[in-house]
Design a protein around this ligand. Structure first.
Ligand code: PDD
Length: 291
């Protein structure tokens, strides 16, 4: 089936979709994007994705190309035209096309909007997730990764380093030897409070140092419902290595338990009981939206 993309007001064959060579996204990575998961034809937590995109645009002072209702309509149309049962819808907005000059165009230009869709193989049951191997590496990104900017070179290099090491993901380490997040996912550990013995989930706080993932947000909400204890604070590489369990969350891959970090097995090397409980609860959460 031929794929269809949306580019600046037109639905076009994916292979012929084009933006100009002076698009500021192409020249300066001057734009933002978002990735909305589609499960059984349903968009998961759709509004949170639009909210984050709108926030990123406001931070960068890029006008919204269309209002939220219209964006949602375009995104659903792309999912339908590409017959996406399971997959993602990708939305990218750049500051538009103008003669190359670092500062914002003096003559206003319309922001450029591209929407594409892609099939992904997803598990029938989200409670059954494959484990992943992770490596660690320096967090070389700019100081505002909370903005979902299309400037992803450090993330690209980190993911490539993982692939070359035979791993799936790189978790990024800041100057304090703490994990911020993965190259394209939020990072979590499960550990026991040494005094009370209580099980605690830990993930970096949602400040300017990480992207506030939508799956992360959903898990924080689920934690409240299930009374899981959460600490939103960083963990060090040493704390990661001695954690009982570890996992990551993202819209592309939902929740993936971590088997090894830099070749060292985390916990038992199998999905641990806490991660399994989270996977079960998350599977129900997704089913409630997708049927
Ligand atoms: N990545 N952190 C980073 C750096 C990410 O790129 C992503 C998502 C996340 C998780 O966010 P969410 O739960 O909203 O997907 C965290 C997307 C999927 C990507 O770039 O393809």
């Amino acid at each position: 089936m031929p794929r269809t993309a949306y580019v600046n007001g037109r639905y076009v064959p994916h292979g012929h979709a084009q933006v100009g060579i002076e698009d500021r996204g192409y020249q300066f990575a001057d734009g933002v994007y978002d990735v909305v998961p589609v499960v059984k034809g349903a968009f998961i937590d759709e509004d949170w994705h639009w909210e984050r995109l709108e926030r990123g645009l406001a931070e960068l002072r890029i006008d919204q190309p269309v209002n939220r209702k219209t964006l949602s309509m375009i995104a659903h149309r792309i999912a339908q035209r590409n017959m996406i049962e399971n997959g993602i819808v990708y939305v990218q907005v750049t500051r538009g096309e103008a003669p190359r000059d670092h500062k914002f165009p003096t003559k206003p230009v319309p922001p450029a909007l591209v929407v594409t869709g892609r099939h992904l193989t997803m598990p029938d049951d989200f409670s059954q997730a494959r484990m992943i191997d992770v490596i660690t590496g320096p967090d070389l990104r700019w100081a505002r990764p909370d903005i979902k900017s299309i400037s992803l070179l450090p993330n690209v290099l980190a993911k490539q380093a993982a692939a070359e090491a035979g791993a799936y993901e790189s978790w990024l380490v800041n100057a304090n030897n703490e994990i911020t997040e993965g190259s394209s996912a939020n990072a979590w550990i499960v550990h026991r409070d040494p005094e009370s013995g209580r099980v605690i989930l830990r993930t970096h706080q949602s400040d300017q140092a990480i992207l506030k993932g939508i799956v992360r947000t959903a898990l924080v909400a689920l934690a409240e419902k299930h009374q899981w204890a959460i600490e939103e604070q960083p963990f060090t590489v040493e704390e990661l290595m001695s954690a009982d369990e570890a996992f990551q969350s993202s819209s592309g891959n939902m929740i993936r338990p971590v088997r090894t970090v830099d070749g060292r097995t985390i916990g038992s090397g199998e999905p641990g009981p806490v991660v399994q409980e989270i996977l079960n609860a998350f599977a129900d959460y997704v089913s409630a939206q997708s049927g």
